[in-house]
Design a protein. Sequence first.
Length: 138
Amino acid sequence: MIFLRSQVAVYTKTSNSKSCCYLFSSSYRFSKPDMPEETNLQSPQGSTPSPFKSLTGAVISATLATGLYSFTNMVAHKLASAPLQTTNTLANRLSTLVRTLLLAIGTGATMIFAVIAVGLVLLAIKQVFTTIFSKSQA
């Protein structure tokens, strides 16, 4: 049980220049709901990873990585071919910062999706070898 008490004091001036204080007080009581500390979650049936699921995820991830690579490459060429038209030092530094951040975000997202695709392909290969060797030993 948690108790919370609050008090608010309000000062006002009356017409004859005297101050008056009003005190408002309230208290609240909170109780913790009856819930178990840990809930036992059941895993969904039939959710074992298969090589087909891994390869499908790898294809999707590789497609996204290829698209992001093309987009980042296009942006890099556009930014390189369009020089700045200002002589202000601050504007040059800010535009360089924005260009660098744009390319860094695009390259980072490309690498993340590429690494995920490679990892999923390796997982599919591991799953295939595991199923082959577990059947041959049985």
